[in-house]
Ligand binder design. Structure first.
Ligand code: SF4
Ligand code: FES
Length: 296
């Protein structure tokens, strides 16, 4: 038998003897009101928490396409609601969606710190590196698509072969006939020259600039901003020497080289490494003109 029951009965009977009934009732009512207020407070706190959780969810609309699976060949957009945490990037959200909701969601990524260039995508109508783009900077729903003007392999993955071909066409590596005389002598570069080519060396081959370029979209042979920037990096490097500069300008002066650029600045606007691409292309145009000036 419980030891509480006799105590309670004793309390109640002694209270009944010591106080008038109305006072005891009043006390009970007050306690009841107190408990109801506590319940209300708790419910309000729970509702506020639920509302906050709703607010802290980001709505993603992600492009899907899989040419190898029947029923997924038709391009479509899938919706994902991803819980938000401070500092979350678009890449974090995509990874959450893949790991939590659909493991077949396909996209490239590697370094997660704007170094490897593998996660350039078309986010809310603009080419961006997903690992460098904060969700909080974007309007909802966040629309994520593969890079435009490239063939889609699956979901958000595009075929980069054409981009790499254009890069390769400008011979993107150091070459020189101008070696120092002494066998062990270093090949030095002046501070000024290093400063001049500094920004052009920052390219991470993400392809965002090429994807944003209207000219590249309409002319498959156009070298494109990234390749021309790569050519700039070596053409302007004083250590390669005049002969190499001449050879490089010959590549750039071709029909689908620098002259195709119409200074629309779209490449410069989307470049995640802030390379002044349009400026570099214009400088190479001036070099090409100088290269072809003849004085009789
Ligand atoms: S130039 Fe900029 S946008 Fe173009 S590939 Fe390089 S890093 Fe990407
Ligand atoms: S994951 Fe490497 S640049 Fe974004």
């Amino acid at each position: 038998m419980s030891t509480q029951l006799p105590d309670q009965t004793e309390d109640e009977s002694s209270a009944g003897e010591a106080e008038p009934t109305s006072a005891a009732q009043e006390r009970r009512m007050a306690k009841k009101r107190e408990r109801a207020a506590e319940r209300d407070e708790k419910r309000q706190a729970e509702e506020a928490e639920a509302a906050l959780a709703d607010e802290e969810t980001y709505h993603l609309k992600v492009f899907r396409y899989d040419p190898e699976i029947e029923g997924k060949k038709e391009p479509r957009f899938d919706d994902f609601h991803v819980p938000y945490h401070k500092g979350m990037t678009v890449l974090d959200a995509l990874m959450y969606a893949r790991d939590t909701y659909d493991s077949s969601l396909t996209f490239r990524h590697s370094c997660r710190q704007a170094v490897c260039g593998s996660d350039a995508m078309f986010v809310n109508g603009r080419q961006r590196l997903c690992c460098k783009t904060q969700l909080s900077d974007l309007e909802e729903p966040v629309r994520i698509e593969p890079l435009p003007h490239a063939e889609v392999v699956k979901d958000l993955v595009v075929d980069m072969e054409h981009f790499y071909d254009q890069m390769e066409a400008v011979e993107p590596y150091f070459q020189t006939n101008d070696l120092p005389d002494g066998e062990l002598e270093e090949q030095r570069q002046s501070r000024e020259n290093r400063e001049k080519v500094k920004m052009s060396t920052r390219c991470i081959w993400c392809g965002a600039c090429m994807s944003s370029c209207n000219i590249a979209a309409g002319d498959n042979e156009y070298l494109g901003p990234a390749a021309i920037n790569k050519a700039y990096r070596f053409t302007m490097d004083e250590r390669e020497g005049e002969d190499m500069k001449q050879q490089r300008l010959e590549i750039l002066e071709q029909e689908h080289g620098v002259w195709r650029c119409q200074t629309q600045f779209s490449c410069t606007e989307v470049c995640p490494k802030d390379i002044p691409l349009t400026e570099h292309i214009q400088e190479l145009k001036r070099e090409a003109v100088k290269n072809n000036l003849k004085f009789w």
